[in-house]
Design a binder for this molecule. Structure first.
Ligand code: AMP
Length: 396
């Protein structure tokens, strides 16, 4: 059933709690990619325009020990948000207590504040990540309405999403609405042909996605380290390539069921070591030497993928086609990215994580219909599984 959205809620002048995903990358204390903050602006600005008092919650990194706190302090994010909004964003250094409560109570219409990293609550018994009922109830008591706009966290049941939603009137924000629209249309009502491209390291991570998409997609291209388990299942020599022996039976099963729907590489770039300086050679998939490993799709494979993608009307891409972090083994990923970027009139979706990073690195962000802000959440969606953070929101 469709979930309530921010537009279904009466937020006028109210204290609105908003779960956003500000889990942004940092280097030397500086934010290196503020996309997730930018993606949350629409919801925040809408609430400001509605004279709401906006209280934002987010996690940042993981907090396993006291010393993790300093490097995962959300204060710099409040500062960046303040620059993006062009107005003051108050910051509560505490996740609970009198100081936080006084700050919330002191908010005026249109004010925005950010609460310290919700995972600070994990130090004392995983209260946030374990969805401690008392914590969800306490945070919910700070506001009148709850909006969940953290798509990147939607596959987790935490106190700051599921916990708060269980105690307050709730709806999803504009970002989650957008993510569900694009992913939902692609998976459940795709314009055809629908081509899925799955890469990345492990078959085990994506088995459920492949199985779910087998019934929905017209072609599934398998690249990256995942491909070698399938090639091994066909009886080929894969050398020292990444391979999951225990997944060979399921790879065989999938290939039998899929027939020519499943597309594997026809050539690969092999290396004599897992290193950016390794010697590299292009070979057909029947010629991988026993002591070399495949680290990228070869040029013939890239051509084959391009041929398949040429007519696609819907494309979902998740996972790089090779070790794109090493320049010598990035061509497969670059090739697929370019093939998709140049499609006219197709619905093209990148499922977050490494492939989204590759798109950004290559400067093709504008060429895609949608780049998901949630790697894990979009994968779980592609598996056809419910997302607890969204399930917890009230139905329309
Ligand atoms: P994932 O998180 O499953 O999407 O995997 C992404 C990672 O898979 C990237 O860091 C890639 O370097 C890695 N990867 C892709 N292809 C290969 C390969 N052929 N061998 C080893 N690692 C790979």
């Amino acid at each position: 059933m469709a979930k309530k959205t921010i537009k279904d809620l009466d937020v006028q002048g109210k204290t609105v709690l908003v779960r956003v995903d500000f889990n942004v990358p940092f280097q030397d204390g500086k934010i290196t990619d503020d996309n997730r903050i930018v993606q949350a602006l629409q919801t925040i600005k809408y609430l400001i325009d509605q004279d709401s008092k906006v209280v934002l919650f987010s996690h940042l990194g993981k907090i396993k020990a006291e010393e993790d706190k300093a490097k995962n302090d959300l204060k710099p994010v409040a500062e960046r948000l303040s620059e993006l909004l062009g107005k003051e964003v108050k910051f509560s250094p505490e996740t609970r207590g009198e100081e936080l409560e006084a700050m919330v109570n002191g908010l005026e219409a249109g004010d925005v504040m950010l609460v310290q990293n919700t995972r600070y609550e994990d130090l004392d018994g995983k209260k946030e990540s374990g969805n401690d009922p008392e914590l969800g109830k306490y945070w919910a008591s700070l506001g009148e309405v709850f909006v969940n706009d953290a798509f990147g966290t939607a596959h987790r049941a935490h106190a700051s999403n599921v916990g708060i939603a269980s105690n307050l009137e709730s709806g999803v924000g504009f970002l989650i609405e957008k993510e569900l629209k694009y992913l939902g249309e692609a998976v459940d009502n795709p314009e055809r042909p629908f081509v899925a491209i799955l890469g990345g390291a492990k078959v085990s991570d994506k088995i459920n996605v492949i199985t779910n998409l087998l019934d929905k997609a017209d072609k599934i291209i398998i690249g990256g380290g995942m491909a070698y388990t399938f090639l091994k299942a066909q009886g080929k020599e894969v050398g020292t390539s990444l391979m999951e022996e225990d997944r060979i039976p399921v790879a065989k099963e999938i290939m039998e069921k899929a027939g020519d729907k499943l597309v594997l590489p026809v050539d690969v770039v092999i290396a004599d070591d897992f290193s950016p300086e390794a010697n590299a050679e292009v070979v057909s998939i029947d010629e991988i030497p026993a002591d070399w490993q495949g680290l990228d799709s070869g040029p013939e494979s890239v051509k084959l993928y391009d041929e398949i993608l040429k007519d696609a009307k819907t494309v979902v891409w998740n996972g790089p086609m090779g070790v794109f972090e090493f320049e010598k083994f990035a061509q497969g990923t670059i090739g697929v990215c370019e093939s998709i970027a140049h499609l006219e009139g197709a619905n093209t979706i990148v499922g977050g994580g490494d492939s989204a990073a590759a798109v950004a690195q290559l400067g093709y962000e504008e060429k895609f219909t949608h780049i998901s802000t949630g790697g894990g959440a979009s994968l779980q969606y592609l598996e056809g599984k419910p997302l607890p953070g969204i399930e917890a929101i009230a139905d329309k």
